[in-house]
Design a protein around this ligand. Structure first.
Ligand code: ZN
Length: 83
């Protein structure tokens, strides 16, 4: 599980691009997001479940997401046909 910072990972609600050196920041932040996706793919290929939450999200909501993912994974273990 990753808690993504709104600035560095370009939250659609709070991600802003600095006005100073905007071109450099655009490339820098785009690469951060691209690296996130590459990392996610690599982890999934290794069998991990990848969950991202934004830093602005309510921790209780994030916990609900994790609990739902966990329940689904347990259910798949009990009944592999659900996978
Ligand atoms: Zn945000």
């Amino acid at each position: 599980m990753f808690v993504d910072g709104c600035f560095w990972h370009r939250c659609p609600d709070h991600g802003v691009l600095p006005k100073h050196n905007a071109e450099w920041w655009e490339a820098k932040l785009a690469e951060t997001v691209a690296r996130d996706r590459r990392k996610d793919s690599a982890l999934r290929e290794c069998g991990w479940t990848v969950i991202h939450v934004w830093e602005h999200e309510d921790p209780a909501d994030a916990a609900d997401v994790i609990a739902a993912q966990w329940s689904a994974a347990v259910q798949r273990d009990v009944d592999p046909e659900l996978a």
